[in-house]
Structure formats: C-alpha cells, structure tokens
Unconditional design. Sequence first.
Length: 247
Amino acid sequence: MIAAVEKQKFVYVLNRDAAANLTISSPLEAHKSHNVVFSAAALDCGFDNPVFATIELDYSEVDQDPSGEAAQGAQKQLVYYELDLGLNHVVRKWSDAVDNGANLLIPVPGGGDGPGGVLVAAENFLLYRHQGHEELRAVLPRRDVLPADRGVLIVSYAAHKKKAYSFFLLQSEYGDIYKATLQHSGDTVTNLTVKYFDTLPPTASLAVLKTGFLFAASEFGSHALYQFIRRPGHKKCCAGPVRRALC
C-alpha cells in the first residue's frame, strides 16, 4: 500500500511472470476523503489475505465547525485494510480509537512466527494493538533531566525476528534506544516490556543485520555500523548494548 498524507491510498500487487520479470498490477483504490494519515504499515499475515494498518484522523466535522470544539474532540483511529485476493478488492476491515499521541506503526511478526498485529508508538507510551485483542500499554523510559512537559516520541525502529524469539529496537527523538519484547502464547500477547538499551545519534532509519550488526542511518551526520556486545550473565538470545564498528 502507498498512502498519501490525505485521502489517497493505492494498493499494488507485485508478481513475476514466466521469465521472472517483475510485474505490477493496476492500482486498487482505498481512498477516504477528509482523512489525514499519520503512519501506514503492512502486517505479517502469513498466507492469509494481505492486511495494511494505518493511523488516521477524520477532520470532516472539524472543517465545518468554526468554534473549534470539534477539533478538541477529534480522535485518531487505528484502521485495518484487507486486500481480498479472490475478489481483487480492498475493504476497510476494522477500525478502533487509538491514543491521540500515536505517530508510528510497527508490524509484529505473525503467521507461524508470532501473534501478529502492530506496536503503536505514541507520546510517552508503546501500545500493542490487534483486532479482537485487548490493548497492552507500556511506558517509555524517560531521562531524569527531561522536563515534565516534554514528551518522548519514537522516530525510528528496527525489528529482529528468529524462530525462537524476536525483539524491536526503538529510538526516540533524543537518541535513546529502547528494546521492546512481547511475551505471547499463540496469538495471545500477555506482556509488553520496554527497557532502555543504549543511546546513539538520532537516526532516520535503523536495521538489525543477521550478522550481529546494527546499521544506523543518521538523521544529520555520517551513517554508522555498530556491533552488538553481550554483558556477563546475559542470555545467549539477548543482545546487549552496541559499540561502533565502522563509520
């Protein structure tokens, strides 16, 4: 799915022909007028129909209300769009109110690798949300010197998935990195944990490599490659802080 900030959403189906050339279908529309999109992500659904999640805000009533009361009551929504491969049609599958500080969606491994759904990064909080599942919420750690009126927002993330475990690295606008983990039994998530991990220069994007490195695409300076290190007593599957490997 490719989503504009306002209204337009297009879904393209990519395939390969007999000669292994990439083919792109005609776009399928999932437009909704008077809607602002804050984030969009493709969910991990295994072999089921593809599902996309968005954070949206409907401003239709706000436009018609000069008093500003409608703007005060505007509510962001977490929306699921499903691509029905049999009918070749996109439907608005599910929507529910979400924290008005929500700004970023992080897909959670699904199918046979996890419970599916999304992590919703909001101001000062991280939430786990999925259709038919109760909301789980964890507080993002704060610096002691941070003023009370200053929030913590997640600006980039990286996910690492293996058969035995998975974790997420989230970076705040201040450069602090948090490690988020989910405890689940089948499709039911029982606990969401967020812990401070390390501090790096703020990035536009993060990527965890299978070779044990973290690539950080810096927002302002040079990009860097970091290597995970382990502290004494840490479990084998748990990555410790990072040290710079290459500039």
